[in-house]
Design a protein around this ligand. Structure first.
Ligand code: MTE
Ligand code: MO
Length: 162
């Protein structure tokens, strides 16, 4: 009886979108068909960094996660000195579960190119994020408006600009 009630409550919570953040993975793809899926555990085990998210109305959140450069390295994206020539036209498309998309230049994500970090955040203000913010959110350091801060990120794809 008690179990039934708990199951019903869990279903209701899911339907209402108030369930605690669930383990969400991100699909990452490279230029030559490379593909990896990073789980929450994978992201937790990668090098971690902190970044401030500037929201509307002067609100800020202290977020943490993994730099896009470390994620893109998993699908063979060129970095550092290898990021030159035709690679300067490489772009990244970050996709969210609601169809929202944010395009970035690969060069912008390289810590050797510019100091501001681009981070796939899985925690903000000390906690995992539930929908509609998370579980995964793009944070572009020092962006004044949060329009590029895609919520509920599901994939990151590398492409060559036409
Ligand atoms: N997935 C997704 N992410 C999104 C958006 C969206 O429509 N879908 N809107 C963006 C815009 S325009 C803003 S201002 C911020 C709002 O973030 P907040 O709801 O946490 O304040 O989310 C950004 N990220
Ligand atoms: Mo916005």
């Amino acid at each position: 009886m008690k179990r039934t009630w708990i199951a019903a409550a869990a279903l209701l919570a899911l339907a209402a979108g108030v369930a605690p953040a669930m383990a969400q993975s991100v699909a990452v793809s490279g230029l030559a068909g490379q593909a990896v899926t990073l789980s929450a555990a994978d992201l937790a085990a990668m090098p971690r960094t902190s970044v401030t998210l500037h929201l509307d109305g002067g609100r800020t959140e202290a977020c943490e996660g993994v730099q896009l450069s470390d994620i893109l390295a998993k699908v063979g994206a060129p970095q550092g000195k290898a990021l030159r020539g035709p690679e300067m036209a490489d772009i990244i498309v970050v996709k969210a579960s609601d169809g929202y998309r944010v395009a970035l230049a690969l060069a912008e994500t390289d810590p050797g190119m510019r100091p501001d970090k681009m981070v796939l955040a899985d925690r903000c203000n000390g906690a995992a994020m539930a929908a509609p913010e998370g579980p995964l959110r793009l944070v572009v350091e020092n962006d004044v408006r949060p329009a590029r801060s895609a919520r509920q990120v599901i994939s990151i794809s590398l492409a060559r600009a036409p």
